[in-house]
Design a binder for this molecule. Structure first.
Ligand code: SME
Length: 159
């Protein structure tokens, strides 16, 4: 049984504990789908104010839905479309305070108001994106971005 207690008040500690838990979860496990599934569950349980947490995988140059927590979501996203597609096309983190102001945003869940998408890259190649949605406008700040980039670095070796 895994019983991670991640409930720090300050974000620096929260993300440090989350990174340590994620490293422990994926240690020694080569199956990328299993690792994405556990990562989505861990993030969902640990970070407040999310309505979606999960992955889109790079399958032949198209984003295809991977393991996640939250409502059923759109399955295929072309590179360059929406927030996830922008992250995939540019390999840059996308931190969007108001998704309704983002050109081409794909509304999988009408409740989503802000979004953070982290590309997961290994040897210069996009493996997947980590996508977090929140029902709160401007839910994600620079500390969330840095913390999730660290999670992406851990996952880059585990997918
Ligand atoms: N809103 C995303 C689509 C994926 S869902 O949020 C799960 C986008 O614009 O890329």
């Amino acid at each position: 049984m895994y019983d991670f207690k991640i409930a720090a008040d300050d974000k620096a500690t929260l993300y440090r504990e989350l990174a340590a838990a994620l490293e422990a979860l994926v240690a020694g496990e080569p199956d990328g789908i299993a690792n994405m599934a556990n990562a989505a569950a861990l993030i969902w349980e640990s970070l407040p104010d999310l309505n979606w947490a999960g992955f889109y995988r790079n399958v032949g140059g198209e984003l295809v839905l991977g393991p996640f927590q939250g409502r059923a979501a759109c399955i295929r996203i072309p590179f360059g479309r929406g927030v996830c597609g922008a992250a995939a096309a540019t390999l840059q983190v996308q931190r969007v305070d108001d998704v309704n102001a983002f050109p081409g945003h794909i509304a999988c869940d009408a409740a989503s108001a802000s979004e953070l998408v982290v590309p997961i890259v290994r040897d210069g190649v996009l493996i997947a994106v980590l996508d977090l949605d929140s029902p709160n406008v401007a839910r994600f700040d620079a500390e969330d971005e840095a913390g999730c980039v660290r999670l992406g670095e851990i996952l880059a070796k585990a997918l």
